[in-house]
Design a protein around this ligand. Sequence first.
Ligand code: ASN
Length: 482
Amino acid sequence: MKKKILAFLLILFPIFSLGVVKADTVKSKYVIASDSSFAPFVFQDSSNEYTGIDMDLIKAIAKDQGFEIEITNPGFDAAISAVQAGQADGIIAGMSVTDARKATFDFSDSYYTANTILGVKESSTIASYEDLKDKTVGVKNGTASQTFLTENQSKYGYKIKTFADGASMYDSLNTGAIDAVMDDEPVLKYSISQGQKLKTPIAGTPIGETAFAVKKGTNPELIQMFNNGLANLKANGEFQKILDKYLASETSTDSTSTVDETTIWGLLQNNYKQLLSGLGITLALALISFAIAIVIGIIFGMFSVSPYKSLRLISEIFVDVIRGIPLMILAAFIFWGIPNFIESITGQQSPINDFVAGTIALSLNAAAYIAEIVRGGIQAVPVGQMEASRSLGISYGKTMRKIILPQATKLMLPNFVNQFVIALKDTTIVSAIGLVELFQTGKIIIARNYQSFKMYAILAIFYLVIITLLTRLAKRLEKRIR
Ligand code: ASN
């Protein structure tokens, strides 16, 4: 009898619970990754805030379902990697549901349907896929549009050029570096409605539904909450309001901007806060990583001139390995590769912060060069001095400290200054992992206003001024030490 009651209850439970579907938050905060420039789904408005259908939607759903979110906007490809590496819990970026992606992602219910479509300059004569023969078509890396292009490449004979973000892709189309782009239809149509001189000569091809996604098998409650929230927003009309806000009217959300961004002065006026914060990150990256690199570099440099063979060997391996790997790959390896590897063994997501990953990569890189500077400096001091000192009965350590290093340091100083300048410039390379330092800040601004000439000029001057100031300062210090 007892068993029967239990079975009865077990059957009833799911039926009752159906009426009150509510998933519970598991994490105190969910990190949501997104694209950096993919209007109208996600883009920066004139006050440098990310807006768009996806941003409004995820915020409204989080509010409706009562969970906390933190949004990052590293670009589509980087956002995908972030979710795969466990750096982010979910991705909302006008993402198409494809069969291939279903193998690695769990998708929410769809909130949009999009085509992929070809975009060319208004003046272009390209009118069909056949016209693309030997032409170059740009596309964002990792997107459904890229899959479409790759699948049809042999048929039409075009070249494909991939980009990390929409901004650089559209920039290249505008400057004529590529002949066409392949992107989602609402995105191209939106940019045309915003005054971009482009056209879409060929009808679009369906690439699937647009949905929110998590890494396969993770955060099931997040998908559940997204679906519940979406259903609620659809029922209460809020979802339609969001769509209308970005799609219905031709009026630009940017028209609220009072500052003219076509002049250098206007650009600075409108973006100085963002640029200064980017500059802050750049300086912090350079200074912190260089300080760490000096310590590591000196240790390995001393190893390399040590009387012990094992120490010399360790130093040699360190320098060869780090110098032999491009900095960008090192950063990507630390930021995406290692967490992915750890997860595959432990089953635990162990994301690393982008600033920390960037700092580690820069530190290791500079340390390898500094180790060589230290070795070179010490070896430039005639060996006779060490021998003479040792024959007088003075220890290796003392000779090093009192006789060799003071002379070697003088020789090393100019190289240190040089290495610091290189380290500061190298910070631009680690922007590849989505770190918003000065260069990335500039790219994000360009994504919004397409002022690449003026914006890159501003960036170049920023770096030039900072590097000149810092080298002057370093030269003074150098003189004092001498
Ligand atoms: N629709 C694109 C894709 O799913 C997403 C994007 O470009 N943000 O591949």
